[in-house]
Write a protein that binds this ligand. Structure first.
Ligand code: OGA
Ligand code: NI
Length: 330
C-alpha cells in the first residue's frame, strides 16, 4: 500500500549529493535595523521567492519556548495509544482531525505518515472540540501558537507585497484583510524500514497562501524541487521554513513560485513537523494583481475562489504541481 512507482521513489544516495545547495536563510530581525538593512532583507526575500519559493527565517519574533512546547505536545499526541487518537479520526472528505489518507481516491498509494489537521481561522469554522484535549494544555498551546503565526504571516505579507512592487497592504487586502483563513497540519512520520520505496508525503505544492513550517529540529526529511533535483532542507537552528503557496503564484502572476516539495522517510528516527497555512478568505475571487500584468506578461491565470480550488485538489490528493498549472488561462 505504500510502495511508490519507481519514478516517484526517492533516489538512493549516490554519493553525488547536492548538499552544497540550500534554501536561503533570512534574518527578519534586520527589518528593524534601518533602511539599508530593510532593503537588503526585501531583496533577499524577493530573490528567494523567485528562485526557490522557499526560505528559512530566523529572528522571526516567535518565542523559542513556545516552538519547543508545540513540538512537545504534538509528539505526545502522536505517541498516545491508537484508540485515543482514533477519537479524532477524520473523514477524507472533511479532512479535519487525525488521519493518514489525503484525497478520497481509494486506489491511491499511501504516504508513510499520519497527520492532524485543524482550522484556526475564520472563527466561524474553528472548532476547538475537534482539537486534541490530550496532552494537557494542548488546546491553549495551539491557540497561542496560532496567534503568533498569524502575526508573523501578516509581516511576511507586507514584506512580500513591497518586494513585488505592490502597496504594502496589497496581499493582505487580496486575502480578505482581517478575514483570512488559517489552518494547521501536523505531520508525524514514523520510522520506515524501507525508506527507498516510499515517501512520507508525496510531491505537492501547497494550495494556499503562505506556509510556515516548524520542522523537526533533529531529523531531516523535507525536500524541495530545484530543477530536476531534490534538495534536502537542513533546518537552521530556531528557524521556520517559509514557502509560497499556489495562491501567491496566482496573485503575483507567477513572479513568485509555489514550488513542489515532498518528504522522505528514514529507518532510524521518527520525524514531526507542524505546517501552518495562511490562506485567503475562501469565497473571494483571486487572480493576478493588475500591476503585475503587462503587455509582455499577460495574465497567466483565471480568477477562482480558494474554495473552488481546494475542492478540486481534495478530490485528487497530492500531485506535484498539476493543479496550479491547470489553472492557466487559455
Ligand atoms: C505539508 C508539508 C513538509 C514536512 O504539510 O504541506 O509540505 O516537512 N510538510 O512535513
Ligand atoms: Ni507542503
Amino acid at each position: 500500500m505504500y510502495i511508490k512507482p519507481a519514478t516517484e521513489r526517492p533516489s538512493i544516495d549516490t554519493g553525488l549529493s547536492n548538499n552544497n545547495l540550500q534554501i536561503p536563510v533570512i534574518d527578519l530581525g534586520r527589518l528593524a535595523e534601518g533602511v539599508v538593512e530593510c532593503r537588503a532583507t526585501m531583496k533577499a526575500i524577493s530573490d528567494a521567492c523567485r528562485e526557490w519559493g522557499f526560505f528559512q527565517v530566523v529572528n522571526h519574533g516567535v518565542s523559542l519556548e513556545l516552538m519547543a512546547r508545540m513540538r512537545e505536545i504534538w509528539r505526545a499526541f502522536f505517541h498516545l495509544p491508537m484508540e485515543k487518537k482514533q477519537l479524532y479520526a477524520n473523514s477524507p472528505k472533511t479532512y479535519e482531525g487525525y488521519g493518514s489518507r489525503l484525497g478520497v481516491d481509494k486506489a491511491a498509494i499511501l504516504d508513510w505518515g499520519d497527520y492532524f489537521y485543524l482550522h484556526l481561522l475564520p472563527n466561524s469554522i474553528k472548532n476547538i472540540d475537534k482539537w486534541p484535549s490530550l496532552p494537557t494544555s494542548c488546546r491553549e498551546t495551539i491557540e497561542e501558537y496560532g496567534n503568533e503565526l498569524v502575526k508573523l504571516c501578516g509581516l511576511l505579507m507586507k514584506v512580500m507585497s513591497i518586494s513585488l512592487g505592490l502597496d504594502v497592504g496589497y496581499l493582505q487586502e487580496a486575502f480578505g484583510g482581517e478575514e483570512v483563513g488559517a489552518c494547521m497540519r501536523v505531520n508525524y512520520y514514523p520510522k520506515c524500514p524501507q525508506p527507498e520505496l516510499t515517501l512520507g508525503l508525496s510531491s505537492h505544492s501547497d494550495p494556499g497562501g503562505i506556509t510556515v513550517l516548524l520542522a523537526d529540529d533533529q531529523v531531516k526529511g523535507l525536500q524541495v524541487r530545484k530543477g530536476d533535483n531534490w534538495v534536502t532542507v537542513q533546518p537552521a537552528p530556531n528557524a521556520f521554513i517559509v514557502n509560497m503557496g499556489d495562491q501567491i503564484q496566482v496573485l503575483s502572476n507567477a513572479m513568485y513560485k509555489s514550488v513542489e516539495h515532498r518528504v522522505i522517510t528514514n529507518a532510524k528516527e521518527e520525524r514531526i513537523s507542524i505546517a501552518f497555512f495562511y490562506n485567503p478568505k475562501c469565497d473571494l475571487l483571486l487572480g493576478p494583481a493588475r500591476q503585475l500584468v503587462t503587455p509582455d506578461r499577460p495574465p497567466l491565470y483565471d480568477s477562482m475562489t480558494f474554495n473552488e480550488y481546494r475542492l478540486y485538489i481534495r478530490k485528487k490528493g497530492p500531485r506535484g504541481k498539476t493543479q496550479v498549472e491547470s489553472l492557466k488561462a487559455a
